[in-house]
Design a binder for this molecule. Structure first.
Ligand code: ADP
Length: 641
């Protein structure tokens, strides 16, 4: 059948069906947010029309005052939200309201647990837009006509939110969209004048077009009811319809900033922080940047929409303008309104415009400053931020060379001085605690916090009371490849190369080291001969106090973490062998040195080498052989009596 003919019944796409089911059975406690979502959509529709009308003024059809009008009928238990925005064609209705285009939907649906209470929380985190109407309504009608199409080419969409909806041709004199909700029995109170008005007011305050409701200048008595029928209903705007970012900071309440964030981000939850700025001078623009409270479901999806909402002289131009912020700040939401960009700018032009480059670097600095300030001002909030977006920020130094130092200041780690398992130590704090004579920032990369904390490489640092940064995020080794120094202090991976504590070593240490080098020279050669090409080198070490041996990696070899990442992505990994380091202070080594039986010597070396691999979180090359050798020694031990 042709899409423009009469009535047809269609099934919702699978993902849409799942979301609707969730909505209908939702225990989401904040039911009133359906109004926010619908008003928000109406306002977006007005924005889109105004934008289209820049090149096609006819679209405004002598009706250029864009607005939203909200009506209700207490008796019929209905609420309607009408806009004179862009409207939708029949095809658009089907694809916009019958399918879900939002990225991250699949991840969201996968994360559902089946536990209604928990899932309702997740709904809040995901945000469902138009479908939130079904939280309160058991039937929804959408009557819409696209701007510029004839009055008899409107479309009526109807659904009870189950598995299907119908679409049919209708006529509609005014362009735009009217959404009518038939409230569920339990939710009929939403169609009550006072309540509805106060909710609408809350969600309309930051909207930049008038939101109209029936004038409420008389008490509703039976007399008045009759009067009302006689009189034509008068409407009044219940918001001041001024774009929020054009208002002065001191005039905007926190609550309004938060609601505006929800409007532009489609997030149901409050933002963590925001920064609102007007820039004057060579470039003139206003920006309002938000840090979300929680990472979206599609943060790691390369194709996910990101970027700011772009306005030019208060006219909406586009969503997701990605050109204004670097990729590692992709979680930021917000608005930028420029006076220096042409109204007919396109995505392609944005990519080449030097004005945009200047704005991008200014906005990046603004965003980094906002984060730095938050860290100083509210450590707890910043920790929340770090848990959500720390990994994204760690992409920074590789992408944004110029801001390396600023970005590094935002990093948080666990260190050997941490009192809990949270990553909450900054590099500035580390540097401020450095010992006299310490000129490096020492760090260790491991599989997990536990593995890091128990690494034998830490032994000497613990003994000398030198703090070490413990890194165990997947991205850390890669990150450190892009970060050489901080505040003039070099970074030093303590499991790499020969241990050099520089001025932190005293004369006594050095004498002792020279002495043992002579003493154990033969043992080192003997072990090397024994292990053969399993190792790159065997050498004495002074990094150990308790362990007998450990593995180190050569200065420029790839570490275990990078190796795993590359292997997982199917890339060829360059071969590299570990350096086997032995602790001359350890009694086992002294015994080993005296072991005359070559076979027994070989068993002991193999076990020490195996243990050192295990302590690194590595795997044994031949676990069976390792166990056999260990058991042989155990048998000797237990068989003595
Ligand atoms: P979102 O607004 O996050 O894209 P919704 O589910 O709320 O998701 O809406 C889906 C789409 O339906 C919107 O992107 C828009 O294209 C269309 N739409 C919704 N409401 C309106 C409206 N009042 N006027 C025009 N189009 C609308």
């Amino acid at each position: 059948m042709t899409a423009s003919s009469g009535s047809e019944t269609l099934g919702f796409e699978t993902e849409a069906k799942q979301l609707l089911h969730l909505m209908i059975h939702s225990l989401y406690s904040n039911k009133e947010i359906f109004l926010r979502e619908l008003i928000s959509n109406a306002s977006d529709a007005a924005d889109k029309l105004r934008f289209e009308a820049l090149s096609q003024p006819d679209l405004l059809e002598n009706d250029s005052e864009l607005k939203v009008q909200i009506d209700f009928d207490e008796k019929k238990k209905t609420i309607s939200i009408a806009d004179n925005g862009i409207g939708m064609t029949r095809e658009e209705v089907i694809s916009n309201l019958g399918t879900i285009a939002k990225s991250g939907t699949a991840q969201f649906l996968e994360s559902l647990t089946g536990d209604q209470q928990k899932d309702s929380q997740l709904i809040g985190q995901f945000g469902v837009g138009f479908y939130s109407a079904f939280i309160v309504a058991d039937e929804v009608e959408v009557l819409t006509r696209k701007a510029g199409t004839p009055a008899d080419e409107a479309t009526l969409w109807k659904s009870k939110g189950e598995s299907e909806y119908t679409v049919e041709n209708e006529s509609k004199a005014e362009r735009g969209t009217t959404i009518t909700l038939h409230l569920k029995k339990d939710e009929k109170d939403f169609a009550e004048s006072f309540r509805l008005r106060s909710i609408v007011k809350k969600y309309a305050d930051h909207i930049s077009i008038p939101v109209l409701m029936e004038k409420q200048d008389f008490v509703e008595t039976e007399e008045n009811e009759k009067d009302k029928k006689k009189k034509e209903i008068e409407y009044e705007a219940i918001n001041d319809a001024k774009a929020l970012w054009t208002r002065s900071r001191t005039d905007v309440k926190d609550e309004e900033y938060k609601e505006f964030y929800k409007h532009i981000s489609h997030d149901f939850e409050d933002p963590l922080e925001w920064s609102h700025n007007k820039v004057e001078g060579k470039l003139e623009y206003t920006s309002l940047l938000y840090i979300p409270g929680r990472a979206p479901f599609d943060l790691w999806n390369r194709e996910a929409a990101r970027g700011l909402k772009l306005y030019v002289q208060r006219v909406f131009i586009m969503d997701d303008a990605e050109q204004f912020l670097p990729l590692y700040l992709r979680f930021m939401k917000g608005v930028v309104d420029s006076n220096d960009i042409s109204l007919n700018v396109s995505r392609e032009i944005l990519q080449k415009d030097p004005v945009i480059d200047s704005m991008r670097s200014a906005l990046t600095k603004r965003a980094l400053d906002m984060l730095a300030k938050l860290r100083k001002k509210d450590k707890e909030k910043y920790n929340e931020f770090w848990v959500q977006f720390g990994q994204t920020i760690k992409e920074g130094p590789a992408e944004d060379f110029g801001n390396k130092e600023k970005i590094a200041k935002l990093f948080q780690f666990t260190t050997t001085a941490s009192e809990n398992d949270l990553q909450e130590q900054g590099l500035e704090e580390y540097v401020s605690r450095m010992q006299d004579g310490q000129d490096k920032i020492y760090y260790l990369v491991a599989e997990s916090l536990k593995a890091a904390q128990n690494s034998p490489h830490l032994e000497i640092f613990k003994k000398k009371g030198i703090e070490v940064v413990l890194m165990y995020d997947r991205i850390d080794e890669w990150l450190m490849g892009h970060l050489n120094e901080f505040e003039g202090k070099q970074f030093q991976d303590i499991s790499r190369g020969e241990l050099d504590l520089g001025k932190l070593e005293d004369e006594e240490d050095k004498e002792q080291q020279e002495k043992s080098a002579k003493e154990f020279a033969d043992l080192v050669t003997r072990i090397k001969k024994n292990l053969g090409d399993k190792v790159k080198e065997v050498r004495l070490t002074h990094r150990l106090t308790d362990s007998a041996a450990c593995l180190a990696i050569d200065e420029h070899d790839m570490g275990a973490q990078m190796r795993k990442i590359m292997e997982a992505s199917g890339q060829a990994v360059p071969e590299s062998k570990p350096i086997f380091e032995i602790n001359p202070e350890h009694p086992l080594l002294v015994k080993l040195d005296k072991e005359a039986d070559e076979e027994r010597f070989g068993d002991l070396v193999a076990i020490l080498f195996g243990q050192a691999s295990l302590a690194e979180g590595g795997q044994l090359e031949d676990p069976g052989e390792f166990s056999a050798r260990l058991n042989k020694l155990l048998m000797e031990l237990t068989g003595k009596d």
